[in-house]
Ligand binder design. Structure first.
Ligand code: FE2
Length: 278
C-alpha cells in the first residue's frame, strides 16, 4: 500500500493541488495529513473540502487547537485577526480531529505524541525517537516547517516539511512523502515540487484574507514565496519589541519601521499586487 504523507498545508490550496496532481500522489491509496491543515493561508475552506472529499486521515495541529478555542479571551487582540478570519471561513467544518494516529509500529502526530504545540528542533529528533513507546519504529510529525528524515537506533523519524509554508529557504515549493509498505518493509521517499505562486498571491486578495489581516497576511505570503525560516516569528517579535501585540496602532507603527524586502508600506504592497494580478 502507498500512503501520501503531508503536513502543515496552512490553507495554501494551490500547493495542495500541485501535490495531488503529481503521479506519485496519484499512485497513493490514501492520504494522512499531520495537522495544521488550515490557518495563515487564504483558502482554508477549499483545503478542508478537498481533503474531506478524498477521505484523508487528518490530525489536529496547534492551529486547529487554537481555532477550536477562537473565542477565548487570549485570542481577542489584533495579533489574532487572521486566525479569526480563518475561523469565519470554516463555519460548519469540523476541526476536532484526533491528536495522534497509531497504526501498527507507526505513530503519526503533529508536534510530539499528545502535544500538538510542542516544537521539536532538528537536533532533538534522535532523543525523541528514544522516548517512543515500545513497538513503535516510525514516527511521523510536522509542526516544525523544516523537513527531516532521521534514522536512529533502528527507528525512523519523518517530517515531510510544511506543504504550504515550507521554511527550508526554497520558496514556492511544496514537499511531501510517499510511504510504501510491503509486508514488513516501510519505504519512505521524499519529494518537492513547485506550485502556482500567482494563484496563491491572487487568492490572498480575492478571498479577503489580505484585507482582513494585512501585515500578518503579508509576512505569511513572504514566507510562502521565499521559504524564509521563521519569518513570521521574527516579525511578531519585532512588533512585540515596540509595544502590545494586541494593539492595531502598534502594528501600524511597526509596519513603517519593519525592514520589508519590498520597500513599501503594507497598504502599498497589497495595492501593487492587486494591480499586477487582477
Ligand atoms: Fe504549522
Amino acid at each position: 500500500m502507498r500512503t501520501l504523507v503531508i503536513a502543515d498545508i496552512h490553507g495554501n490550496f494551490p500547493a495542495l493541488e500541485a501535490v495531488l496532481a503529481t503521479p506519485e500522489a496519484a499512485a497513493c491509496q490514501r492520504i494522512i495529513s499531520l495537522g495544521d491543515q488550515v490557518n495563515f493561508g487564504p483558502q482554508p475552506r477549499e483545503v478542508m473540502a478537498r481533503l474531506t472529499a478524498l477521505n484523508a486521515i487528518m490530525l489536529r495541529g496547534n492551529h486547529e487547537e487554537r481555532l477550536l478555542q477562537v473565542n477565548a479571551p487570549e485570542y481577542a487582540g489584533y495579533n489574532w485577526v487572521l486566525q479569526r478570519w480563518t475561523h469565519r471561513q470554516l463555519t460548519g467544518v469540523p476541526l476536532d480531529h484526533p491528536i495522534d494516529y497509531a497504526e501498527g509500529r507507526k505513530l503519526f502526530t503533529h508536534g510530539t505524541p499528545g502535544e500538538p504545540f510542542h516544537l521539536i528542533e532538528t537536533h532533538e529528533v534522535p532523543a525523541q525517537l528514544e522516548q517512543l513507546p515500545a513497538g513503535v519504529t516510525h514516527l511521523f510529525s510536522g509542526h516544525n516547517h523544516f523537513p527531516w528524515l532521521v534514522e536512529h537506533r533502528g527507528r525512523t523519524a519523518c517530517n515531510p516539511g510544511s506543504l504550504g509554508m515550507l521554511e527550508d529557504g526554497t520558496g514556492g515549493s511544496a514537499p511531501f512523502v510517499v510511504m510504501e509498505e510491503e509486508g514488513d518493509r516501510i519505504n519512505l521517499t521524499r519529494h518537492k515540487i513547485p506550485y502556482d505562486t500567482a494563484a496563491l498571491k491572487r487568492a490572498f486578495i480575492t478571498t479577503g484574507c489580505a484585507a482582513a489581516a494585512p501585515q500578518m497576511a503579508r509576512i505569511v505570503l513572504h514566507t510562502m514565496l521565499t521559504g524564509e525560516y521563521q519569518a513570521t516569528l521574527k516579525m511578531v517579535r519585532f512588533i512585540a519589541s515596540l509595544g502590545d501585540l494586541g494593539n492595531e496602532a502598534v502594528w501600524q507603527k511597526a509596519d513603517a519601521l519593519y525592514p520589508w524586502r519590498e520597500r513599501l508600506s503594507t497598504a502599498e504592497y497589497w495595492k501593487n499586487l492587486e494591480e499586477e494580478l487582477l
